[in-house]
Structures are given as structure tokens and as C-alpha cells.
Design a protein around this ligand. Structure first.
Ligand code: FES
Ligand code: FES
Length: 168
């Protein structure tokens, strides 16, 4: 284990200084040092996806990503998507479709769906299933989760058409 050193992490648009060894899992720093509890500890082995964050927009398993890998990159957590009064369309869609039972997998599902919709605003059902296939849901909420991603695509399209209308 390396000695603790001051590290600057760019999280949700803000730079945070933490003191940690560079091989500390990013998940520990987010949850324990920065109190960002959106990312969850599931397996701790990179297998379940509960800890997913975005690193420069790419879904990344923060339990097996060291602080060193995250340095100098933009880290986005669930807390960086929307607020309680202004939810991100993906969050809104998961609520509308009631796509949760225990909810433990939702951080990973939402962050992975967000990254997918940023790349592909109109994904097919097959694409949604494929992209989320490595995110495990023990409650069997898959049907609702796929519907939520489809609904999120609709909400984002509506949001974009309103923006274009305002600009015109
Ligand atoms: S907790 Fe990171 S993949 Fe399971
Ligand atoms: S809703 Fe419980 S693990 Fe997915």
C-alpha cells in the first residue's frame, strides 16, 4: 500500500482534495471522504455494476478503479445528474416506470443508461439490454428497467425539442 498523499479529484464539476494512497479504490474515496453515496458497494470485484460512475463520460466500476486512474479526469456520480427538485430525465424515467424493488442496483443502471443515451439517443431494446447486461439486478426488475431507459430516451427527446423551440 502506498503512503497517503494529497490528491485532487474532479467530481461533478468540483475539485476536491483528499489525502489517500494512490491505489485506494475510487469508490472508497467517493463514499467515505466525499460522502457521495450514490455509488454502492456490491461485490467489490468489478462484477455487479452497483458502484458505477462515469469517468470522462464512460461507465466505470469505481470499486476496481484506483484513485491514480481517476486523477485528472472528470468523475460524474449519481449526485451529479440531477437534484431533488430538478431530476435528470433518466432519474425521472426510472421513477415514472417504477423500475426498482430494493433499488441497490439503480445507481449502476442509471449511470450506465445515461452514458448509453449520451452516445445513442434512440437505442433499440436489444441495445439497451446489451448495454445493461453486465449490471446485475438481484430483484429481477429488468423489464421495468428497460422500459425506463426507453422512457428516458423520450423525455430527453422532448427536452431537446423544447430547447430547440426556445432557440428558434
Ligand atoms: S461493487 Fe463494483 S462492480 Fe460490484
Ligand atoms: S432493484 Fe434490487 S437489485 Fe435491482
Amino acid at each position: 500500500m502506498n503512503r497517503p498523499a494529497p490528491l485532487a479529484l474532479h467530481v461533478n464539476g468540483v475539485t476536491h482534495l483528499v489525502s489517500a494512497a494512490v491505489d485506494t479504490p475510487l469508490l472508497y474515496l467517493l463514499r467515505n471522504d466525499l460522502a457521495l453515496n450514490g455509488p454502492k458497494f456490491g461485490c467489490g470485484l468489478g462484477e455487479c455494476g452497483a458502484c458505477t460512475v462515469l469517468l470522462d463520460g464512460m461507465p466505470t466500476r469505481s470499486c476496481v478503479t484506483t484513485a491514480k486512474v481517476a486523477l485528472g479526469r472528470e468523475i460524474t456520480t449519481l449526485e451529479g445528474l440531477g437534484t431533488r427538485v430538478a431530476l435528470h430525465p433518466v432519474q425521472q424515467a426510472f421513477i415514472e416506470e417504477q423500475a426498482a424493488q430494493c433499488g441497490y442496483c439503480l445507481n449502476g443502471m442509471i449511470m450506465t443508461a445515461k452514458a448509453l443515451l449520451d452516445r445513442d439517443p434512440h437505442p433499440s431494446v436489444e441495445t439497451i439490454r446489451r448495454e445493461l447486461s453486465r449490471n446485475l439486478c438481484r430483484c429481477g426488475t429488468h423489464v421495468e428497467i428497460v422500459r425506463a431507459v426507453q422512457r428516458a430516451a423520450e423525455l430527453l427527446a422532448e427536452q431537446n425539442s423544447v430547447r430547440e423551440g426556445v432557440r428558434a
